[in-house]
Design a protein around this ligand. Structure first.
Ligand SMILES: Cc1cc2nc3c(=O)[nH]c(=O)nc-3n(C[C@H](O)[C@H](O)[C@H](O)COP(=O)(O)O)c2cc1C
Length: 333
């Protein structure tokens, strides 16, 4: 899209960013999205088959995935840096080093403060997109020099801040608050969602759950099937100790919420989460007994598609959607 600030910033054809997803967005998905004209992104545990606490191994795994993407496409792509809290900072620190050494074009920094890595990434010539869930944090990210902000609304799958601001209200507030480009995410699954994001003041769209249900994603086939079968109210919000998560509603989420209501200790809750983490749900396919991150848009997803097909469908249908909108506007005026 000529003149679009997101396309120009990153040198991509469509202003659509495939959001990073733990255990889901490996090299095959990231490369497929970038090849099709969007921005593909490697997420935590990209391409991995087991949990590791070894910092060096985590770095090596990400380096291998970055090289795999580069072998599949010359188009720009991103790597997620989920800012680690406390002792977990060592992992995000290692990923930052690898991203710089491998000259990755774009970093998507999430779940943490923008001042931690903005300078070091920008000084290495990397474009920095920062994910936020309030207008105040968007302004802070802009002050830290990031290139664009990503609004993550309450509808979104996975972990986000502690607010319940939806994409519909967050996006225009952020678009008013900052001068840098804005990307809207949370609840976008088709051309209508992308058009709505642009109408709300965003320059581009950020899509996770829709890309989770693709041929190229590393999600277990049972997860994809559950999302396709999932109806409008198939997700639930889980309050955790430092943020909210949105997951597929299942026996795991019911048990967790029950434990919270019963007032079990934070340690017990954490032990339960660790023993039923997305590794078991998203990766190994225990869709009832473990955590499966998923956005509200699940109810709109009716089939497993290829990443290219998703982007092509949006490009095709957005014109029809726009014509329908113009007709409604003419009736309105
Ligand atoms: C399965 C899954 C895993 C996710 N893991 C991460 C992650 O590791 N890091 C991150 O910044 N966001 C993560 N997210 C959030 C997404 O990056 C993005 O904000 C969200 O998917 C957008 O909303 P949508 O799901 O409605 O498209 C995850 C989302 C999903 C669905």
């Amino acid at each position: 899209m000529e003149g679009n600030r997101i396309c120009e910033l990153m040198g991509i054809r469509y202003p659509i960013v495939q959001a990073p997803m733990n255990w889901v967005s490996g090299a095959n998905l990231a490369a497929a999205v970038s090849l099709a004209g969007g921005l593909g992104t490697l997420g935590p545990n990209a391409g991995a088959d087991s949990i590791t606490t070894d910092v060096e191994l985590a770095g090596k795994r990400m380096r291998d995935q970055i090289r795999k993407v580069k072998g599949l496409t010359e188009e720009p792509f991103a790597v997620n840096i989920a800012v680690g809290i406390g002792e977990h900072r060592k992992y995000s620190q290692r990923i930052v080093e690898v991203v710089i050494e491998e000259e990755v074009p774009v970093a998507i920094v999430s779940v943490g403060r923008p001042d931690v890595y903005a300078d070091v990434l920008k000084n290495a010539g990397i474009k920095v997109l920062h994910a936020i869930s309030t207008a105040r944090h968007a302004k802070k990210a802009e002050e830290c020099g990031v290139d664009a902000v990503i609004c993550e609304g309450f509808e979104a799958g996975g972990h986000k801040g502690f607010t319940e601001l939806t994409t519909f209200v967050l996006t225009p507030m952020v678009a008013d608050a900052v001068k840098i480009p804005v990307i809207a995410g949370g609840g976008i699954g088709d051309a209508r969602g992308v058009l709505a994001a642009l109408a709300l003041g965003a320059d581009g769209a950020y899509m996770g759950t829709r890309f989770m249900v693709t041929k190229e994603s590393d999600s277990h086939p049972r997860v994809k099937e559950s999302v396709v079968k999932g109806e409008d109210a198939c997700t639930v919000t889980l309050p955790k100790d430092f943020m909210l998560a949105r997951d597929l509603s299942n026996a795991f989420t019911k048990r967790y919420l029950g434990m919270r209501t019963a007032g079990v200790s934070p340690q017990e809750l954490n032990d339960y989460l660790n023993a039923h983490s997305p590794y078991y749900g998203q990766h190994l396919g225990d869709v009832e007994g473990a955590e499966v991150c998923c956005g509200q848009v699940a109810g709109l997803i009716e089939s497993v598609k290829g990443a290219q097909e998703i982007l092509e469908d949006i490009a095709k249908e957005i014109n029809t959607c726009f014509k329908d909108l113009k007709k409604k506007m003419n009736e309105f005026l």
